[in-house]
Structures are given as structure tokens and as C-alpha cells.
Design a protein around this ligand. Structure first.
Ligand code: OGA
Ligand code: MN
Length: 314
């Protein structure tokens, strides 16, 4: 049976995002259809599919068409209930799914890090290529996901700024990004598993050669630059990238599947009334092709102590 009725790809925003209709991702997607989805992904950076009643297994099978999947990191709120390729983003109690977990719960504190503009796994030596997020239960209001294009951001920088940032290396750390939210979100063993990594500040898509900046909440500081100056530059680049008119907001309907290109898109979740409404999401994450910068650290990488700005707990 053909999996394609009539595949249509319709842009949703002037900068990024497209809706794809006419395909059942839970069925066996044929090679021609997959190729068109793949090309649309390279072009539009965010793809929205409605009414995809995926099981965890079916979500994994479709996601793996794009490449090997990441293994979920060990953190609070991920109690290894699911297959290691699935990230559980939900505010229901694992022991009693009818019970909702509010924002005051530590597990939700960790998840609230998703409300900062970020790109998935930029704190890993090989950062994520794509993420696929399935809305299993969604709140009637709030809990949207927002996207901005770091490719558009690069393209609209003044030439002098492009020259200033080309070839630069940024140190990314999830301990840094989570430290801006609350102290002690990781225990010492977990911290040891998550050393800082180096990423290129400007990346090039290998398929279409389009350049993109590469920043987000895990971006800590730029090497070979005074710390304060590098923080200022990262903040300026983030402000340039996330201007309100450039934001594409996705309002979830149950069984939406949204996928995005972590190499050139920042995203963030929006809050909702978590003590009142369930929001149950499953994410699969396609691993990147390789490191974006040489993994070796410069000898004078500052020690973790002393680099965190005043007033920010670690
Ligand atoms: C993610 C993420 C935001 C959201 O799944 O990686 O950041 O809206 N999600 O749930
Ligand atoms: Mn994310």
C-alpha cells in the first residue's frame, strides 16, 4: 500500500518552517517520499506533520532513517523507563500517570531549561543533527515550541561581524546552562560525565553549503577572547537571532510530530499551567555527523570555579 497520498510541503513562516501533509510516518515511508522529506528538512529547517499517531517504536524507526540516534543523558527526570533512544518530556508522575507534576518539582526544574533558547546536545562532543518531538498529550493553552533560524541570523550579519566570528570556537556546557536556572541539578557523577566541549561558532550545512551561526544556552564563552567580551558577543548574537518578528511559534495539537535541524535552528519551549494540564512529549534525537571543532582543549581553558558570573549559582 502506498504511504503517500499526495505529499505537500507548505512554508509556514517567511524564514523557516514548513508543514508536510500526505504521509503516514507510522507506516513504511518509501524511499522517494523519504527523499522529499529529507530535502524539505534541509531547506526549511523545521517540519510540522499533523495527526501522526506514533508509538515509541514507530517514532524510532522513522527517526533512524535520518541517521543513528542519540542515547539520552543521565539526569533527573529520566528514570530509564523508556528505550534509551527516547527522551521523556512530560509532567506526569512516572508511578501514577494521572498525577500531574508542577513546576516546583525538581524534575520539572531540569525540564525548565528547555525554555531557554538552545540547540539540542550542543554540550556533547558530537552535537545533535535533528530532533523529532511527538506531542502525545498537549495542554489546551501554553506549552508552545518556538523556533528561530541561525542560518538567517548569519546571512543578515554585517560583513565585518561575519569576519569577526568566522573560525571562532565556543565552549559549550550543560553545567553552565543549567547553572543559570538553579544549583545542584546534576550530582557529582553526572557532572563528571558532562565535561565542556568545543564547537564551531559558524557552521556550514554539508548538503547545501549554507552557513549558520551556532550558539544557544549551552554556549558558555568564546575561546581566545576576554570572557566578558565573549559573553557580550554571544548575548548580542542571540538577540540578533531571536528578534520577535523572526520567531516561528508552533502551537501543539495532539499527535503532531515536529522535527528541526539542530545545526541551524534554536528552539525553546514555552510555559504552561503544569499543575493543571498534562503535556506528554517524546523526543528522538538524530546524532550529528561528527565534531564541529577539534576536540582538544586550549591549554588555558579557565577552570570552572571563578568563571561563573556573580549571582549565578552552580
Ligand atoms: C526538546 C525541547 C521544548 C518543548 O524537546 O528538545 O527543547 O517545547 N522541547 O518541549
Ligand atoms: Mn531541546
Amino acid at each position: 500500500m502506498p504511504t503517500t497520498r499526495e505529499l505537500t510541503i507548505t512554508p509556514l513562516h517567511r524564514v523557516l518552517g514548513a508543514e508536510v501533509t500526505g504521509v503516514d510516518l507510522g507506516a513504511d515511508v518509501d524511499e522517494g517520499t523519504f527523499r522529499r522529506i529529507y530535502d524539505a528538512f534541509q531547506e526549511h529547517s523545521v517540519l510540522v506533520f499533523h495527526d501522526q499517531r506514533l508509538t515509541d517504536d514507530r517514532q524510532r524507526v522513522f527517526s533512524e532513517r535520518f541517521g543513528p540516534l542519540e542515547i539520552t543523558i543521565n539526569s533527573i527526570g529520566q528514570e530509564k523507563r523508556l528505550h534509551p533512544n527516547l527522551v521523556d518530556l512530560s509532567n506526569t508522575d512516572p508511578d501514577d500517570p494521572r498525577r500531574l507534576v508542577g513546576w516546583d518539582d525538581r524534575r520539572m526544574l531540569y525540564q525548565s531549561g528547555n525554555q531557554l533558547w538552545h540547540t539540542d546536545s550542543s554540550f556533547k562532543p558530537v552535537p545533535a543533527m535533528a530532533s523529532l518531538l511527538s506531542g502525545r498529550e498537549v495542554p489546551p493553552i501554553g506549552g508552545e515550541t518556538e523556533f528561530v533560524s541561525m542560518r538567517h541570523a548569519y546571512a543578515t550579519l554585517p560583513e565585518a561581524m561575519k569576519r569577526r566570528i568566522d573560525g571562532r570556537v565556543v565552549v559549550h556546557s550543560i553545567l553552565y546552562s543549567r547553572s543559570t536556572i538553579a544549583p545542584g541539578l546534576f550530582n557529582t557523577d553526572q557532572e563528571r560525565e558532562l565535561p565542556p566541549v568545543r564547537q564551531a561558532l559558524v557552521r556550514t550545512n554539508p548538503d547545501n553549503r549554507k552557513k549558520s551561526i551556532y550558539i544557544g544556552s549551552h554556549a558558555w564563552y568564546i575561546e581566545e577572547m576576554p570572557y566578558d567580551e565573549s559573553r557580550q558577543l554571544l548575548d548580542d548574537l542571540l538577540a540578533h537571532t531571536t528578534k520577535p518578528e523572526l520567531v516561528f511559534q508552533h502551537r501543539w495539537q495532539q499527535w503532531d510530530l515536529v522535527m528541526w535541524d539542530n545545526r541551524c535552528v534554536l528552539h525553546r519551549g514555552r510555559p504552561w499551567d503544569a499543575s493543571k494540564h498534562a503535556r506528554v512529549m517524546r523526543r528522538t534525537t538524530v546524532a550529528g555527523e561528527g565534531p564541529t571543532a577539534e576536540p582538544a582543549f586550549a591549554a588555558r581553558t579557565p577552570a570552572w570555579d571563578g568563571i561563573i558570573p556573580e549571582g549565578v549559582g552552580v
